[in-house]
Design a protein around this ligand. Sequence first.
Ligand SMILES: Cc1cc2nc3c(=O)[nH]c(=O)nc-3n(C[C@H](O)[C@H](O)[C@H](O)COP(=O)(O)OP(=O)(O)OC[C@H]3O[C@@H](n4cnc5c(N)ncnc54)[C@H](O)[C@@H]3O)c2cc1C
Ligand code: FES
Length: 288
Amino acid sequence: MIDREILLEKIKTSPYKPMKAKIIEACMLTEKEKFFRIELEDKINLSHEPGQFVMVSLFGFGEAPISVCSSPTDKGYFDLTVRNVGTLTNKLHQFKKGDIVGIRGPFGKGFPVDNMFGFDLVIVAGGLGIVPLRSLIRYITYNRNDFGNVEILLGCKTPKELLFREETHEWMKRSEIKFNCTVDKADPDWKGNVGLITSLIPGININPTRTYAVVVGPPIMYKFVIKELVKKSIPAHQIVVSLERRMKCGLGKCGHCQMEGAYVCQSGPVFTYDQLQNFKGECHEKAA
Ligand SMILES: Cc1cc2nc3c(=O)[nH]c(=O)nc-3n(C[C@H](O)[C@H](O)[C@H](O)COP(=O)(O)OP(=O)(O)OC[C@H]3O[C@@H](n4cnc5c(N)ncnc54)[C@H](O)[C@@H]3O)c2cc1C
Ligand code: FES
């Protein structure tokens, strides 16, 4: 029989046990997406890398993987942005400042920031894809001298679906960042581009060998955006994407996220295009 103290110690240190965390800020960004600023118990830092995710748990509703959208340089708290799509996310949308959630993580492999030092960056975000990319963009703006030219291309269906509106206005004003936004369908107040995000890529001026492209968006976007980036001669190992799979444990144990022998929760969610090519097609449909 397992000694009770050992059992208690195991529970205490178990990676399956969520940490208690308090919502310190909550607001709707759009009709479907809510922003949460969260503080871990004892204000410890999450110490994540841009591109990593956490498992958010609500007692009685289960867990969901959600990308961290703050930068590791934001200390004492971290940010999440959640789209209301089902049971857990719907319940989470009812949570407000002061409420407690469970957090496990951070999990997964983030964007290869260390490899990207000194390179020019083209960041391509479609819809909710801006969520993990906000973490990278905030990191870059804090460490601006570590990177070359930075160009952000953001696309969404309509202007009212645009996330982080105020921040995007700030990015637009910064002289050392090029920011370009497009919507599929404009409204009368929209003054920016209209058209698919792929329409912005031919206009970018890059030196492909010294450029990393980081792309996150809905599955359909990957195929067409990657095609345009390849036309620009960016090498496959310098095209970076993030995949979305059903996840349960986040620890490489349950197999839910498995894709051709790889556990996306551990080897990903971030992969390079040359790694994707070895996955024989399935992940091209699942990328998000
Ligand atoms: C690595 C990773 C990072 C993510 N980051 C974010 C994020 O930052 N913000 C955000 O809003 N969402 C994110 N998601 C998606 C999020 O995890 C799902 O929307 C969530 O698990 C749905 O839970 P639910 O109980 O509300 O929905 P359910 O009631 O379980 O399902 C509702 C609908 O959502 C679909 N769905 C459920 N789980 C997933 C999933 N993992 N991937 C795709 N579709 C799913 C179901 O097929 C169904 O159509 C991420 C997913 C992954 C794998
Ligand atoms: S989520 Fe369990 S193995 Fe990846």
